[in-house]
Design a binder for this molecule. Sequence first.
Ligand SMILES: [Zn+2]
Length: 255
Amino acid sequence: MRIQALGCSGGIARGLRTTAMLVDEHIVIDAGTGLGDLPLDALRRIEHVFLTHAHLDHIAGLPLFVDSTQGRQGRTPVTVHARTETIAALRRHIFNDVIWPDFSRIEGRYGPLLVYQPIRAGEVVDLEVCRVGAVDVAHTVPALGYWVSDGRHTFGFSGDTRTNDSLWSELNAQASLDALIVEVSFPNEQRRLADVAGHYCPATLGADLERLRHDPRIWVTAMKPGEEQVILRQLQRALPHRRLAMLQTGQVLSL
Ligand SMILES: [Zn+2]
């Protein structure tokens, strides 16, 4: 399995993009600003978008991406898999014929350009190349994390979350876990803000990781720009026995 971190920052600036993870060729998890770094032909190969939640840093690339897929020929529509609450937010606030056209009602050559597919925590979507499982997490809006398995390798993706039980019990239930991409947005000095905003800081993530029975490579993401090194140092101090690194924009993980 190949995972390309098109965006993995908590904000934008030169070289920084918000969350979007390309899995092999046809799947992307979250559609932040990093999605726009793909060449057009690669964008047009994406068939499935799995969204963790409706916050802008996770969907900012979606409206223009769907527009860019109009040249697809002989392909199925882009399917957006997300919680019903996330789909409702997209319909109401983004694809509402004001901010951007409602592409679920615009017919391309082979059907609508965009199809919404609700997904619930605990559900597993079987695709040709892999299975994607949705997991409950705890954020300020309804949100999901995901695990993805090709039968040989498995990785987990937290999306945005504060401390919670569901993600860790679901990851522990997997036969193996090769990689974990997990958010940690704020340094410990801003722990209160992290809790209120539904995010991890190194102290809370460190405590939750103690419960993980697997020993995956851990890639931390979504750090606030400028705070990356502080957060990473705090996390390494909290978890000296874990294999931790900061995910970089454009980085490719091969499992
Ligand atoms: Zn969020």
